[in-house]
Every structure is written in structure tokens, then in C-alpha cells.
Ligand binder design. Structure first.
Ligand SMILES: [Zn+2]
Length: 463
């Protein structure tokens, strides 16, 4: 636990409840909408949070409210000091059931490849319990919260006849819903048609059971299946299950340097034909970094028509990919710039925190953003000025949550305050998040105290 987190815990234990109305003054709002980066000279705004939602945004709201008859003695006022305000960060690809298992006996990944990571996990996952998964995941969520994340899509490995990971994450999702929104993917880590459980269960059957238990998304891993036919069959199953149970889709898709791994094509076509492209995400798609341009040119037409989303995990795949190369060594990252330029939605993910696939990862999405801007060579000034979209509105698009997301009147009063005066400075400084507000309540502030004594947050940070 960091010294700063300790301070948060102490503050939490003495804080009083938050008034129903809070007026956040002197906010420099970056909405996160594409192309709407606020210039440094834009007038500062005030944000009124009322009963958990944004009731008003404007200049000099305090005097306006007083004139409207508000009793200002009942309104808590928080001065944001002209710092940058944006919607909370979204981590659209994370494995909460895997966090902090990297040093477990037998889990150390010697080769640094994706496939050894899967094998190490398979070899060491039999002793998992709901309680110990929740304990590790709580620590990871607290770290993500501390870096401004309030929306997480986590995969839960369901290639386990007891579905222990899924049970743990479903409980956490409910217990922590006031501080973080968690979506869960019913994810067959060892394959839909390559895995066979002790009683003959297929991965596909366990994925379906996970959906019946309450998972939000259908997962898949076609490039890991034993043969192309199984991979293709799994893509059909994913789309059929999503349609049958009215779920989102998030597939670990083509996480390999093999340019012949092209399941994103089939996934997109099937989702398009089923009319659920916008509810579909292809995660990783590393092979797009290895295919030739003629193929990508053809594929782009389908991707644009299907409107599927992409989730990129730049640090993870920089580490895992290119392991069969000598030199030149491929980067193993999907085509973030080319997809973005084509109008296709791309969001980002931390993916791992100290697990058999990746030894680092601390939930700081500003680091993830920094990596992707470098590796995708997206560093023109307009691209930097627009970069926070990858952590904010693009993430919410992937999650299918745009209707309730954004610093806009009528939406939930969820936002973060960055220690920067402009988007450029935020990216330039890889700045800290200095306040996170959820439902009008401050979850933490780097400079003052936690306001509100919610037991969930208290417990989250204490464990
Ligand atoms: Zn993953």
C-alpha cells in the first residue's frame, strides 16, 4: 500500500457524508468528444452535481444558483483550481482474476510468450478460491481507481468446471458498483473447442454457463484453438451466443504475429450480418501488425461497415510479441493509427498486473496511452491534443456505455481531475489524476481528503 493510499484510508475513516449538492468550480473541461479538445484559453466552468447527476454546467454558477433561490449554505463548494476535467478513464481490457499471480510457484513465464503464459496459468490455477481472487482483484481495482479508472472490462477465465473466477468477479462487480463499473467477459482462456474439462465439458459449454450466470460479454480465443477449423467454429459460436443471450462480444482475436491468423475478418463479418457489430470488440489483433497492406485495405472496408471496436494492450503486446523473431523484430501491435484514421473505434487496456503474461502493470492508464502514442506513431499535435479520447470516450464506446458517460448535463456526475492545464500538458507530463468523482461524491483527492464514508470504498482501500 502506498503512502498516498494510506492517507486516503485515514481520511476515509474520519470523513463525513457528502451533501446531496456539490458545486465544483473552476473546471477546465475536456469532454473527450473527438475533435473537441478545449483550448487553454477557454473560460473555466462550474459543474453542479445534484443527487448523483450533473444538474448544470456553466460559468459563474454560484451566483446563478443563488439568484435561482438555492440555499448556498446547503451546497458544498469544491474549487478545482482550473485543472483539466474529463470523464473517468476506461480500462477496456483487464484480467482481474489473474492479477498478482506472477510469482506463484510454477507460474513464472521463462520464455515471455503468450503461449507459455497460458500454460503456466493452466498448470497453477487449480487452487483458486473465490476469496483469494477477490482479495487480489480488490487490490488491483484500488490501484486502477487511484489512477482515475471507473470503468473496467475484465475477462474471467471460465475454462474451469467450478467457474471460480467468474463467481468471484460477479460478486465484486455487485459489491463495488458504487465506486467502479465492471463488465465481465465469459472468457475461455484454454479454448472453446480445445479445452475439455474433467467431466467432458467443452470451453463453449462453460462460456454459455458463464453467460447464464450473469457475465456481460461472450469471449473467445480463436488463434489459440488447436486448428483453424476450431477457431472458425468458435467465432460462429461467439456470435450465436451473443445473439441468443443478448450479450456483448469481446474476443481475444489474432494475438499472434502470424499474418495468417485472420479471425477478425470472420468475427467482423458474422457480427455485421447479425447486426451486432457495434456491440463487438476485437482485442489485441496483433496479426494486423504483420499482414500486408493489400489485405488490410480490403479488410478495412468490412470493419467500417461492421462498426466493431478494437481494444489494444500496447505494453502487454510489446512484451509478448515478436518472440519468434530475431531482427528485424516486429512490434506486435495492431494498427491503431490506421484504424483510427479510418474512423474505427480503438480503446486501450492494461491487460495484466503481475501475472504469468506480464510482470508489471500498475493500472496507470496514462502510461498505457503514452506507449500507444509512441508505438503507433500518433504524435502530430492534433493527435496529441485529441489523445485522451483513447482512455475516455473511445473506451465508453467499446463498453457500450455512451448514453450514461460524459461531462454533460443529465449524465451521472462521474469525472476525474488531472494535474494539468490542457490535454497536451496532461499527455506531455503523463500527469497524475488528482481527484476522482463518482455520482457527485469525491472518491479521492490527492490534495485534500476523501469525502464520504462509504463502507465499500473504505473496505476496498483497506484490503
Ligand atoms: Zn487479455
Amino acid at each position: 500500500m502506498t503512502a498516498q493510499t494510506t492517507q486516503i484510508v485515514q481520511a476515509t475513516t474520519t470523513a463525513s457524508s457528502t451533501p446531496a449538492r456539490t458545486l465544483f468550480i473552476n473546471a477546465h473541461i475536456a469532454t473527450g468528444q473527438p475533435g473537441s479538445t478545449v483550448a487553454q484559453t477557454a473560460p473555466l466552468q462550474d459543474i453542479l452535481a445534484e443527487n448523483g447527476r450533473i444538474a448544470a454546467i456553466g460559468e459563474g454558477l454560484a451566483s446563478t444558483l443563488a439568484a435561482q433561490g438555492y440555499n448556498m449554505a446547503d451546497v458544498e463548494v469544491v474549487d478545482l483550481g482550473g485543472k483539466l476535467v474529463c470523464p473517468p478513464f476506461c480500462d477496456t481490457h483487464l484480467h482481474l482474476d489473474y492479477v498478482f499471480t506472477a510469482r506463484k510457484p510454477g507460474a513464472v513465464n521463462e520464455s515471455g510468450t503468450l503461449f507459455e503464459g497460458i500454460q503456466r496459468w493452466s498448470d497453477t490455477k487449480s487452487d483458486l478460491t473465490v476469496d483469494e481472487i477477490k482479495s487480489r482483484a480488490r487490490k488491483a481495482i484500488a490501484m486502477e481507481l487511484r489512477h482515475g479508472v471507473q470503468y473496467i472490462r475484465s475477462h474471467a477465465d471460465v475454462t474451469d468446471p467450478n467457474l471460480t473466477s467468474l463467481k468471484a468477479l460477479l460478486e465484486l462487480k455487485e459489491e463495488l458498483k458504487d465506486v467502479v463499473t465492471i463488465q465481465i467477459v465469459s472468457f475461455p482462456q484454454e479454448g472453446m473447442y480445445s479445452y475439455e474439462g474433467p467431466h467432458g465439458e467443452s470451453g463453449a459449454e462453460l462460456v454459455e454457463e458463464g453467460l447464464r450466470m450473469g457475465a456481460d460479454c461472450v469471449g473467445g480465443i480463436p488463434h489459440f484453438e488447436q486448428c483453424r477449423e476450431f477457431g472458425e467454429k468458435s467465432m460462429h459460436t461467439v456470435v450465436e451466443l451473443a445473439s441468443k443471450y443478448d450479450k456483448l462480444i469481446d474476443v481475444h482475436c489474432d494475438e499472434t504475429d502470424d499474418p495468417n491468423s485472420r479471425y477478425v475478418e470472420l468475427l467482423s463479418a458474422l457480427a455485421y450480418r447479425a447486426g451486432i457489430g457495434e456491440r463487438t470488440t476485437a482485442s489485441h489483433t496483433c496479426s494486423l501488425g504483420s499482414v500486408d497492406n493489400a489485405y488490410f485495405f480490403h479488410l478495412t472496408k468490412l470493419l467500417k461497415a461492421a462498426h466493431i471496436n478494437f481494444a489494444c494492450a500496447p505494453t502487454e503486446n510489446l512484451y509478448l510479441q515478436g518472440r519468434q523473431d530475431t531482427f528485424p523484430k516486429r512490434r506486435g501491435i495492431t494498427r491503431v493509427k490506421e484504424l483510427t484514421d479510418a474512423g474505427i473505434n480503438v480503446s486501450l487496456g492494461q491487460d495484466s498486473m503481475q501475472d504469468p503474461w506480464y510482470p508489471l502493470g500498475n493500472g496507470n492508464m496514462m502510461i498505457i496511452l503514452d506507449y500507444v502514442l509512441h508505438v503507433a506513431q500518433m504524435m502530430s499535435f492534433p493527435e496529441i491534443d485529441d489523445a485522451l479520447k483513447f482512455l475516455t470516450v473511445n473506451g465508453a464506446t467499446t463498453l457500450g456505455m455512451r448514453d450514461n458517460y460524459g461531462v454533460e448535463v443529465g449524465k451521472p456526475a462521474n469525472f476525474v481531475v488531472l494535474n494539468a492545464d490542457s490535454v497536451f500538458d496532461a499527455v506531455y507530463e503523463r500527469c497524475d489524476v488528482i481527484r476522482s468523482v463518482r455520482g457527485g461524491r469525491t472518491l479521492f483527492s490527492a490534495h485534500t481528503v476523501v469525502e464520504g464514508n462509504d463502507e465499500v470504498l473504505d473496505g476496498l482501500l483497506l484490503r
